[in-house]
Design a protein around this ligand. Structure first.
Ligand code: ADP
Ligand code: MG
Length: 604
């Protein structure tokens, strides 16, 4: 019988439940997110997440929140049962993370749920077992049990979900590898931990502690946690800015100098709600387009505190996105706050000896022995590094802040060393030169395009360079050949599928030329544009052009004369974004005299 004539049947409640639950619960990280949000709503200050087999066998959350009475425990797994909302108007000013009353019944529909809770002030805990709502015998009655340890608190809740999706093979088969699922869980815990910096979080997977974010000391601020999370347990300095706008209070934290190929470390928090919001993510990325290459993303946190009435949090079943009453304005304010921060920020100042090791090494200087390698997430920062002083060292806009200092030499033929009186600055000559080249080239190209002057200086190659392209792209190549010629290349089609470069722009060096030309061709082919004038508005083509040219820059290991070195630093600080190379690495790093004194134990 063909499907068109199949009779309509009403699905059994069990099947319907499981299908509906799929909207809220996609994978282990969705369970964790919902349960941790419940713990946060219950006022927990400590939350532990325990996984077995990537969450497939067990997801357990323990909190020291206010717990549930046996009456509430019996109700909480029912649909639309919530203690957080009572009327539709409440939605307009919702301050709790949950409000739908859908998480627990959805989790019960896709796993075997055991809840254990002891309310604040109650004399005992109660346990309840629940599975697919709507099926007979799906929920037990709360049973009195003796259990009094909710992370050292007499009250709290422990929720265990076993056999996630074991009844739903279609879902089970879409789960990724155990490692990938655990990584997702970790990512969400990190987002939630940034939104709630005063709460301690722990993640244990198959008996291994992956995260241990302790509640901060009273004198520590949230930047400590943000820095730990953004730099994966290290404590690189974060740059910070905050502005009051018409939209609300906007704060941004940026792990300057680092970039990653993923958007995992781009975190948005709106009114305490950890999100993965597309609009906000785009607004965060826009200002970095000048600073980072295509395909590289900054590590940054955006906090917005705004009037809840201008926000709809009820637009996404998993509540990972929100809708703004005025999205254009929000976008604009976020973008300009971040642009201003990038424009005025200073060189990264290293906060701890251990963090130096991954960027550069002082082979001749004894580093402080690194303690606590295992628990890299413990708030080691609090011990010695005065985070608010070093982490937020926003420099005033100064053309060349190293001018007042003295160039004392060069380390490893790579780093220029400046004595600035109370600190030392190291300039990575290669990164600096890349930045200079990149901006010069960009400027020149844009200037020319404005003037309608499309003649670029080129240099003739002694031996022409042949680069193949996919045969099916020949028509596009033919139509775009004139662009390449207008950018300073002299190039023609040779045979079926080869481009022959006879000249290249004057800025380009020879090293790995073929690879760089190939990258450029790939980018030109991928560009979604139809005319030469449109080409001049396609930033990614120019970014590729500029960054491919950058390879001709001064290499680490090239010896520079004093005059050349000083000139290099001068030129660097004429750049729009002097503090990073176009690939996002720092160009300048500062080390305070205090730090030297610690190394030599002149200070206690
Ligand atoms: P929502 O969070 O939208 O209210 P849930 O299904 O997630 O819906 O939870 C239902 C109710 O169960 C909550 O409103 C809350 O009263 C209670 N609850 C859930 N988890 C906890 C917890 N960890 N501690 C205390 N109460 C909880
Ligand atoms: Mg909830």
């Amino acid at each position: 019988m063909c499907a068109a004539h199949a009779p309509i049947r009403v699905l059994s409640p069990g099947v319907a439940e499981r299908i509906a639950a799929g909207e809220v619960i996609e994978r282990p990280s969705s369970v964790v997110k919902e349960l941790v949000e419940n713990s946060l709503d219950a006022g927990a200050t400590e939350i532990a997440v325990i996984l077995e087999d990537g969450g497939k066998s067990l997801i357990e959350i323990i909190d020291n929140g206010h717990g549930m009475t046996p009456e509430n425990l019996a109700l909480c797994v029912q649909h639309h049962a919530t203690s957080k909302l009572s009327s539709l108007e409440d939605l307009d000013r919702i301050m709790t993370l949950g409000f739908r009353g859908e998480a627990l019944p959805s989790i019960a529909a896709v796993s075997e749920l055991t809840l254990l809770s002891r309310p604040f002030g109650g004399d005992t805990a109660f346990e309840l077992k629940a599975s697919t709502p709507g099926e007979a015998g799906s929920t037990s009655q709360p049973q009195r049990v003796t259990f009094g340890h909710f992370l050292n608190s007499p009250h709290g809740t422990r929720i265990q979900g076993r056999g996630l999706f074991s009844q739903i093979p279609a879902r089970l088969k879409f789960l990724k590898s155990q490692g990938a699922e655990v990584a997702q869980v970790r990512e969400w815990i990190e987002r939630l931990a940034i939104a709630h910096p005063k709460v301690g979080f722990r993640l244990v997977s198959d008996d291994r502690t992956l995260l241990n974010l302790r509640a901060p000391q009273p004198n520590q601020d949230e930047s400590v946690r943000i820095s730990q999370i953004l730099s994966d347990g290290e404590d690189y300095p974060v740059v910070h800015t905050s502005v009051n706008t018409e939209v609300g209070d906007i704060r941004v934290f940026w792990l300057q100098g680092m970039s990653s190929p993923q958007t995992r470390k781009l975190i948005q928090v709106v009114n305490g709600r950890a999100l993965r919001d597309r609009l906000l993510q785009q607004a965060m990325l826009a200002p970095f387009r000048q600073t980072l290459l295509p395909g590289r993303f900054p590590s940054a946190v955006l906090h917005i505190q705004m009037n809840p009435a201008e926000l709809d949090v009820n637009v996404h079943p998993t509540k990972t996105e929100v809708r703004f009453l005025n999205p254009g304005k929000v976008f604009h304010e976020v973008e300009s706050a971040i642009s201003a921060m990038i424009a005025k920020q200073g060189a990264p100042a290293f906060a701890s000896a251990s963090s130096c090791s991954s960027t550069f090494q002082f082979d001749s200087v004894p580093l402080m022995p690194r303690q606590e390698t295992e628990s890299a997430y413990s708030p080691r920062l609090g011990v010695q590094s005065t985070p608010s002083a070093t982490l937020f060292s926003n420099q005033p806009v100064d053309k060349n802040p190293l001018k007042s200092g003295r160039l004392v030499g060069m380390l490893f033929n790579t780093y220029l060393l400046f004595d600035l009186g109370e600190e030392a600055a190291l300039v990575d000559q290669h990164a600096a030169h890349e930045r200079i080249r990149y901006e010069q080239l960009r400027k020149r190209v844009f200037q020319k395009s404005l003037e309608g002057d499309l003649n670029f200086q080129s240099q003739t190659l002694l031996i022409p360079e042949a680069v193949r392209f996919p045969l099916e792209s020949r028509t596009i190549i033919e139509s775009r050949l004139s662009w390449l010629n207008s950018l300073g290349f002299e190039v023609e089609i040779f045979g079926e599928d080869t481009l022959l470069f006879r000249s290249i722009p004057i800025e380009w060096g020879m090293e790995m030329l073929r690879t760089r030309l190939k990258n450029l061709i790939d980018r030109v082919l991928a560009a979604d544009i139809h005319s030469t004038s449109e080409l001049f508005h396609d930033e990614t083509v120019f970014e590729t052009l500029a960054s491919e040219a950058c390879h001709s820059s001064v290499r680490a290991g090239d010896r520079l004369e004093r005059m050349e070195a000083e000139k290099l630093v001068d030129l660097l600080f004429q750049c729009e974004h002097p503090w990073n190379c176009p690939h996002g690495r720092p160009t300048v790093v500062k080390v305070s005299q205090d730090r030297f004194e610690e190394w030599f134990q002149r200070r206690v």
